[in-house]
Each structure stands twice: as structure tokens, then as C-alpha cells.
Write a protein that binds this ligand. Structure first.
Ligand code: UTP
Length: 284
């Protein structure tokens, strides 16, 4: 079965990036010259997603504007003969296929944000992408969709043992290539309590049953309704796999990860690589 729909939860407050995120959605922070949310949308499109569902919140209207026409801008670029800029704007105006926006009326957690999209999902599995987890290299969701054969799936990566307390950590069952059977999930365990060093990052394929579970899910870590708690309570009822994606993930919700992502992406660019290398050599 093909994954046709993707949810982009963008209702968070982005407190780690204040004051930048006071008026600007965190998902609109640019890595080199593209906002984080656009990378996520492009990754979903590369995986074959046709319906794009954004769960927004207060102060997030810039995201809707970003994926819409801007007639004034396009006319101005046309008049000035800025063809390349015009092409860039026209190519990304909106994701291919259909776009919907749902409002999360309070930032009650990722699980709650995903649940807010329930009426647009119906009875099919759906992808969830967190734009602040930026993945450089092969589109991770595409890899997951190719490996997915039903059930729930999360993207996973190995982390250093001392960093387990920053992630949801998987209790692994059978491991078959990049596929890891998930037999348990622990949210942010201390290294001594962690069942493994296999961490969840922000790409999911979830079954419609997860929405039913979320509707009665009580608050978890941070007083928020957590998606991992709902997925955890599905273990034993629905097959559950982790997928070790091949790309490199940057935590763009943190300042360090965001800066690293900007450097890594700039180094991929022919127009930036050399001047950046030169500047770094002088700096260090
Ligand atoms: P984070 O856990 O990074 O939370 O959310 P946050 O509020 O965005 O940022 P900090 O921790 O305060 O700095 C991960 C993803 O889940 C979305 C966020 O927008 C982000 O894409 N999210 C989180 C929601 O959509 N709603 C929520 O209530 C919480």
C-alpha cells in the first residue's frame, strides 16, 4: 500500500530558539536559503506523498504564505527580469497535490498535534514528518516507504550512549538489515537505564489505529501528549519497526544542530563550498 498522506506538525512554540521564534515559526528558519519546512515537504514528495497536511498554531501563518502564490513578488521579479529567482519561487509555490491546514489550538504536544489531523486521514496509514529533524542525503521517508510492509514504523539512528536522555529509545527485537523490530520504547532514559542506543528521529509511518489511541492518551513527558506513548501502547497489537535511514540527521530545533546543518548544506553547494572553506581556514 502506498503512503499518500503526510502530516507536518508545526504547532510547537520553538522555545529553544527564542527570540527568533517569537514571531517567526521555527519551521521557517532557513538552512542556507530554504526554510526547514520546505525540505520536509520535498522529502515527502520524493517519497510519493500526494496530500500534505499541516497542523499549525498561533503565529504560523508564514508557513501558509510560503506555500502559496505571491502575485506581487512574481510580478516584480518578472518586471526586473530576475528569471532564475522567479523560477525558484514558482517551482516551490505549493507542494504537488493537495494541501490542507488544521489548527492545533494549544501546543499540547506532538501526539496532540498529530491527533488534530484525524478527520483528514480516514482509514489509511499516514506519514508524519518533523521539519526540525533535517536529514541530509537519501530522503529518509522514501527509504522507509520502500521498506515498509504494514504496521507502524519510525526512523531510527544510533546515538552516543551518554545522549540517550535526549531521545525516545527503542528496545530492539529481531534486526534484519536496516529494519529493527521494536519491542519497547522508553522516552528519554538515562544512559544506565537505556535499553539500547537506537534513537527515534522525526519520521513516522503510523496506522489509523494510532489516532484512536491518541484520543484517550494521557499526558506524558513535559506534561504533553506524546506520540511515542501512543506508539508504545500499540506494541503487541500492531507490528512495529524502526528503520535505520542512511542520511545524516541534524536537530535543527537546537542551536548547535541548526548551525551544523547550515554548514553541512552549504558545503553541498558549488557556489558556497570554496568561499566557505577559505573563510573557515582563516578563522581557525
Ligand atoms: P519540539 O519537541 O521540538 O517542540 O517539537 P517545540 O515547541 O517545537 O520546540 P521547543 O522544544 O520549545 O524549542 C517537535 C515538532 O512537533 C511540533 C513542533 O512544531 C515540531 O515540528 N509540535 C510540538 C507541534 O506541532 N505541537 C506541539 O504541541 C508540540
Amino acid at each position: 500500500m502506498k503512503i499518500r498522506k503526510a502530516i507536518f506538525p508545526v504547532g510547537g512554540l520553538g522555545t529553544r530558539f527564542l527570540p527568533a521564534t517569537k514571531a517567526l515559526p521555527k519551521e521557517m528558519l532557513p538552512v542556507v536559503d530554504k526554510p526547514l519546512i520546505q525540505y520536509a515537504v520535498e522529502e515527502a514528495a520524493a517519497a510519493g506523498v500526494e496530500e500534505f497536511i499541516f497542523v499549525t498554531g498561533r503565529n504560523k501563518s508564514a508557513i501558509e504564505d510560503h506555500f502559496d502564490h505571491s502575485t506581487e513578488l512574481e510580478s516584480a521579479l518578472l518586471v526586473k527580469g530576475k528569471d532564475s529567482a522567479l523560477q525558484t519561487v514558482q517551482a516551490m509555490m505549493k507542494p504537488p497535490g493537495s494541501v490542507s491546514y488544521v489548527r492545533q489550538q494549544e501546543p499540547a504536544g506532538l501526539g496532540h498535534a498529530v491527533w488534530c489531523a484525524r478527520n483528514l486521514i480516514g482509514s489509511e496509514p499516514v506519514a508524519v514528518l518533523l521539519a526540525d529533524d533535517l536529514i541530509l542525503g537519501e530522503p529518509a521517508l522514501k527509504e522507509m516507504c520502500e521498506a515498509w510492509n504494514g504496521g507502524n514504523m519510525v526512523a531510527t539512528m544510533n546515538v552516543e550512549a551518554e545522549r540517550t536522555s535526549s531521545y525516545g529509545i527503542v528496545t530492539p527485537g529481531e534486526i534484519n538489515g536496516n529494519l529493527i523490530e521494536v519491542t519497547g520504547l522508553v522516552e528519554k532514559p538515562n544512559p544506565e537505564d537505556a535499553p539500547s542506543t537506537i534513537a527515534i528521529v522525526g519520521r513516522y509511518i503510523i496506522q489509523p489505529s494510532v489516532f484512536t489511541t491518541l484520543s484517550t492518551q494521557s499526558k506524558g513527558a513535559g506534561g504533553e501528549i506524546q506520540l511515542t506513548d501512543a506508539l508504545s501502547s500499540e506494541i503487541g497489537k500492531t507490528p512495529f519497526f524502526g528503520y535505520q535511514f542512511s542520511g545524516t540527521r541534524f536537530d535543527c530545533g537546537s542551536k548547535l544542530g541548526f548551525l551544523q546543518a547550515n554548514l553541512a548544506y552549504a558545503f553541498q553547494r558549488d557556489d558556497l563550498k570554496e568561499p566557505l572553506q577559505k573563510w573557515l581556514r582563516e578563522l581557525i
